[in-house]
Design a protein around this ligand. Structure first.
Ligand code: SF4
Length: 97
């Protein structure tokens, strides 16, 4: 069970080049997404620190999965990518369909 959970662990990153700065993601899941002073959204770890390197990921906390998935679906920039940590296959986001 524990191993399975790790295998299915998801992580999320944002392509800031496409972010419109509307803040929808931060409304859906403020624990994971935050707008920085540059007006763009970044993923945030449980340490509350934004991950500012391009392509940097944070783990998706399971209780927040639905909110993170909805963010990816509603994101006007199509720039939220949720993928399996195990094989980096995108499960929500522009590359998932
Ligand atoms: S929803 Fe998408 S486009 Fe809007 S702020 Fe978040 S990452 Fe940027």
């Amino acid at each position: 069970m524990g191993e399975e959970a790790v295998e299915d662990a998801l992580e999320v990153w944002i392509d800031q080049d496409l972010c419109t700065g509307d803040g929808i993601c931060a409304q859906y899941a403020p624990e994971v997404f935050e707008l920085d002073i540059d007006g763009l959204a970044y993923v945030k770890g449980t340490d509350d620190e934004l991950r500012r390197q391009p392509g940097e990921t944070v783990p998706v906390p399971l209780p927040l999965l639905q909110d993170v998935a909805d963010s990816a679906k509603e994101c006007p920039g199509d720039c939220i990518h949720v993928r399996r940590a195990r094989d980096m296959v995108e499960v929500y986001g522009p590359a998932a369909e």
